[in-house]
Each structure stands twice: as structure tokens, then as C-alpha cells.
Design a protein around this ligand. Structure first.
Ligand code: ZN
Length: 394
């Protein structure tokens, strides 16, 4: 059961709070001008937000005119609450505890664990209990837990998970019965896109492409995550690259991810070089040593992926495409290979870049879902990397 303290914030309250978060520091007079609410309303709402520890009076600002009264500046209390994020891979679990602004407090990663319908709840419980015991004292405590699922999820219901059997268990119902803070489940690539939107860019329209065993895209349009009719939007890994090509578990053949996923590229390099195991580190080393096979393969990967990126740019007209892939993070030159391919009249002005959130875009997106819902701010921006973004040169 969700406790009543998580009920939705009143609209004007959320509006004021959003301006304070966005502007970082603002006076009551500025709040009134920006929101169009009269001074008495602003005064009442800010008093309530101060009483609830959401905002703080930080310092005396400069007077706007000579002889005028100096205003008291208000800022968001970035430590007013904490959030929990999970990334449930088929062979790993990663979890983080953070303040509501995304500042990380604690993280746990378990590698080489087979995540199954049978063990998922107990695995998560163990980590949640650890976080509950070690969370810092904050006015509101834990205000949400969001878990990333590698598969199709719609409104917290897991519909299809090709790499594990989490679709066999009512995970959301079971977790919600155990804890009184709200639980959210969302697709991994969608969360990565929301993480990029909330924490790493000024843009309102972007696509994030997550590349692991498969390829998925998350789409943010005007600040809203676009998930489609059943949560299937952005499955670009299953757009067809070659008619009658390699078979894909989805039932089609010639899907993009059978050629351009990291897994496909590692497999191809292993076959060419007679190696048992290839990962991004193996390819990075070969690339640095100017291995011609590796270079040709990486250029081919970027060329094929560019076809998928081109198609998605044609459909969604984003301002930016962010790549979330260990291969592209380790070999950033591959982004240049993509730039060389994305050059038509419609796509050449679109920024294509690596993530700034390292391996954690998905977890940041999970923080964003909990924070958005708790604060009732749907297009929340909690920039951490804004300065870097301004310096960006394509
Ligand atoms: Zn497919």
C-alpha cells in the first residue's frame, strides 16, 4: 500500500517548485512574474514548501532597483528526499540510492547472477533492505523505486522479456505489497532516454540508442517519453536492414540488431580472429594497435548503425541522438564514423554524441521517474552536466 504522503502535489505548488529547480536561485518577486501567480499566492505556497523542507531561503539577493528592498533568494533542497533505482539485466543487477537531485549515495552491482522470475524479488529485497538501513536522514525519506526491465513494459506490467522470464511474475504487485513508497517499472532504453533528458541536456526532443545484446531506442518528444500504444515504440533493433537476412528471435529476418549490436560485432571479430571471447576491451586494444580487421569491423558497425539512426531521425526529428554503448564509450572515434554517415539534408544538423552519464543513463532515468511523480513535475530537468553541453562541438 502506498502511504498518503506520496499523493500528488497541487498544480501551482508544482509550478513554483519547478521554477525554483530550473532557475537554481530565485526571489518571490521573480516567481510571481514568471508563473503569473499573485504575490500573496506565491508567498503562501513558498511558505508551505519551506515548512515541508522542499525549498530553503539561502541568501539575501541584490536589490532590483536603487533603494529597493533586497530580496531573499530561494533554492531547491536537493537533499529533501531519496530515490532508489534498479537495472535488472538478465545476468546482473545494478542498484543505486541517490538524493532526489541524482547525487549518488550508495551503489551495489552484482555480476554474473542469473536474474529469474523465481529469485528476482528476494534479490531486490536484499538490496532494498540494505539501502533502507543505510539511507541518510532526509525530510521525506525514500519517495520512489524505479526498476529498469530489459523487455517490453507498459504501465508497470511486464509483457515480454526475451532474455529472461520476468514476464512470468507480477513483479510490480509483489514489490508494491512489500513497501509503502511507490514502485515503477519501465523499459531500459526508455529510462536511458529519460536519464539523458533530465540529467544531461538542455534539449526537449531527443533519442537515446541503447546497444547491448540488442538495440533499443528511447524517445523523448517535447519532454515526454514516447512509449507507443503498448510500450513498443523505439524497437529499432527489429527494423529490417536486409530482407531475407539473418533470422531474429522476434520472428523476422534481417533485423538491424542481428548485424549492428555489440554482441553481433564481438561474435564476428571472434570468428575472424579465432578467439573464444571478445568484448569492448578486446576491440579497444585491437583498435589502438591498428588491427585492420578490427578497424574495418568497427567502421562497418558504425555504417550499419547509422542506417538505424538515419531512419529514426527521419521519423522523430530529434535535436539530439545519444549513443549508450560500452563499445562507443570506449572507442569514441566510432562517433566520428557515424558523423561521416549521417549527412543527408534532414539529418546533418542533428547532434549525435556519446552519453555523458557513463554506464548509468538507465539508472538516472529511473531516478527521474520517481522524482517526476513525487514532485508532480512532468518535464523535470535536474541538470548535472549543463556546462559541458554548452561547450559541445559536433
Ligand atoms: Zn528482430
Amino acid at each position: 500500500m502506498i502511504s498518503s504522503k506520496y499523493t500528488i502535489r497541487e498544480q501551482n505548488e508544482a509550478k513554483i517548485l519547478n521554477v525554483i529547480i530550473t532557475k537554481n536561485e530565485v526571489s518571490r518577486a521573480e516567481l510571481s512574474t514568471i508563473t503569473g501567480l499573485n504575490k500573496a499566492s506565491v508567498s503562501a505556497i513558498t511558505k508551505k514548501l519551506i515548512d515541508e523542507d522542499f525549498i530553503q531561503e539561502t541568501r539575501i539577493g541584490d536589490a532590483s532597483n536603487v533603494g529597493g528592498r533586497k530580496p531573499i533568494m530561494l533554492t531547491f533542497n536537493r537533499r529533501s528526499a531519496v530515490v532508489i533505482a534498479f537495472d535488472l539485466g538478465y545476468n546482473y543487477i545494478e542498484a543505486m540510492l541517490a538524493y532526489i537531485d541524482g547525487t549518488i549515495i550508495d551503489s551495489i552491482r552484482k555480476n554474473r547472477v542469473a536474474v529469474t522470475a523465481k529469485n528476482v524479488v528476494s534479490q531486490m529485497q536484499e538490496i532494498i533492505d540494505h539501502f533502507l538501513a543505510h539511507q541518510p536522514e532526509t525530510p521525506h525519506g525514500i519517495i520512489g523505486l524505479t526498476a529498469a526491465i530489459h523487455g517490453q513494459v507498459y504501465k508497470n506490467i511486464i509483457h515480454f522479456t526475451p532474455y529472461y522470464d520476468l514476464d512470468k511474475r507480477p513483479l510490480w504487485e509483489e514489490l508494491q505489497a512489500l513497501y509503502d513508497f511507490p514502485i515503477y517499472l519501465e523499459n531500459e532504453a526508455n529510462l536511458a532516454a529519460l536519464g539523458e533528458y533530465t540529467f544531461s541536456s538542455h534539449y526537449r526532443n531527443l533519442v537515446s540508442i541503447s546497444i547491448h545484446s540488442g538495440i533499443g531506442a528511447g524517445i523523448v518528444e517535447n519532454g515526454h517519453l514516447q512509449v507507443g500504444h503498448r510500450g513498443r515504440a523505439g524497437e529499432i533493433g527489429h527494423s529490417i536492414l536486409y530482407p531475407h537476412g539473418r533470422d531474429c528471435p522476434c520472428g523476422n529476418s534481417g533485423c538491424l540488431e542481428q548485424y549492428a549490436s555489440n554482441k553481433a560485432t564481438y561474435q564476428e571479430y571472434a570468428n575472424e580472429e579465432g578467439l573464444d571471447y571478445v568484448n569492448s576491451d578486446v576491440l579497444l586494444e585491437a583498435f589502438r594497435e591498428n588491427n585492420s580487421h578490427a578497424l574495418a569491423l568497427l567502421e562497418k558497425n558504425a555504417e550499419l548503425l547509422s542506417i538505424g539512426i538515419n531512419n529514426i531521425i527521419m521519423m522523430y526529428d530529434p535535436e539530439m541522438v545519444v549513443i549508450n554503448s560500452s563499445l562507443y564509450r570506449k572507442i569514441p572515434e566510432m562517433i566520428d564514423f557515424i558523423h561521416a554517415q549521417i549527412k543527408n539534408r534532414f539529418s546533418k544538423d542533428v547532434l549525435v554524441r556519446n552519453t555523458y552519464l557513463e554506464k548509468s543513463a538507465t539508472l538516472y532515468g529511473a531516478f527521474a521517474i520517481s522524482a517526476q511523480n513525487f514532485l508532480n513535475i512532468k518535464k523535470l530537468k535536474l541538470m548535472k552536466y549543463g556546462i559541458k553541453e554548452l561547450e559541445e562541438i559536433k
